[in-house]
Design a protein around this ligand. Structure first.
Ligand code: SF4
Length: 225
């Protein structure tokens, strides 16, 4: 089976998932009530599957869908401020064909990069519980199995801890920090970045330059042994 077929199967599975009762109620409630600015739009209101190139060598792991971002549009990082910071950076680095991400049919395509998340359903206050992330972890494991990425980029500490958990790494020397870089025994690189949330980008904790450097580094790791 090709990566594309396996990813399509996984996507269909994810979209139908109702494992986390709290998140099912929340994502559907947000989709029903809507934000005033989007009241004429039909919200996705379902789990948000991964998005990108099925042959990607870079897997990016985020946190969870935004209530009025990807829970509305149905595509990772699409339609909110985090995506408004992420996609232009991916475009500058050559991983995206355009900087704009507003809807599932906006023509955006990723090359050599795939976007996943620690949890696939929008959580209240952007905080999935440990149990919810444990429920969701098998989807990320499957993406790792299918793609066998050479580089994993973790956007934020929670994504980083999730990836360490999957790889059973309990080494206290592996700490999250912007630009921190580790390598698993199988050769896969793990690169950390602050999450491009407004909380980080509006306060200057994560600047455009800092974020661009992450993607330049990720690209250079693809060429490394
Ligand atoms: S967060 Fe993951 S496991 Fe929980 S309902 Fe959504 S897709 Fe399913």
């Amino acid at each position: 089976m090709t990566n594309k077929t396996e990813i399509e199967q996984l996507t269909n599975e994810i979209i139908q998932c109702r494992k986390c009762a709290r998140l099912v109620i929340w994502r559907e409630e947000v989709a029903r009530v809507k934000r005033r600015a989007y009241r004429d739009q039909e919200y996705w209101g379902k789990p948000v599957p991964g998005f990108g190139d099925p042959e990607a060598r870079i897997l990016v792991v985020g946190l969870a869908p935004g209530a009025h971002g990807s829970n509305r549009t149905g595509r990772n990082f699409t339609g909110d401020a985090s995506g408004g910071f992420l996609y232009p950076a991916l475009h500058r680095a050559g991983f995206a064909n355009q900087p704009l991400a507003i809807s599932r049919d906006d023509g955006l395509m990723l090359k050599d990069l795939y976007l996943a998340a620690a949890a696939r359903c929008a959580p209240p206050e952007n905080k999935p519980t440990l149990e919810e992330m444990n429920n969701c972890q098998p989807y990320l494991e499957r993406e790792l199995e299918i793609l066998k990425p050479k580089v994993i980029v973790c956007l934020g500490r929670i994504a980083f801890e999730r990836v360490l958990r999957i790889h059973s790494i309990r080494n206290p020397a592996w700490k999250f920090g912007h630009g921190a870089l580790y390598q698993f025994d199988d050769g896969t690189w793990l690169l950390c970045s602050y999450h491009p949330s407004q909380q980080n980008t509006l306060t200057g904790r994560l600047t455009v330059k800092m974020f661009d450097e992450i993607w330049i580094k990720a690209k250079s790791l693809l060429e490394s042994e």
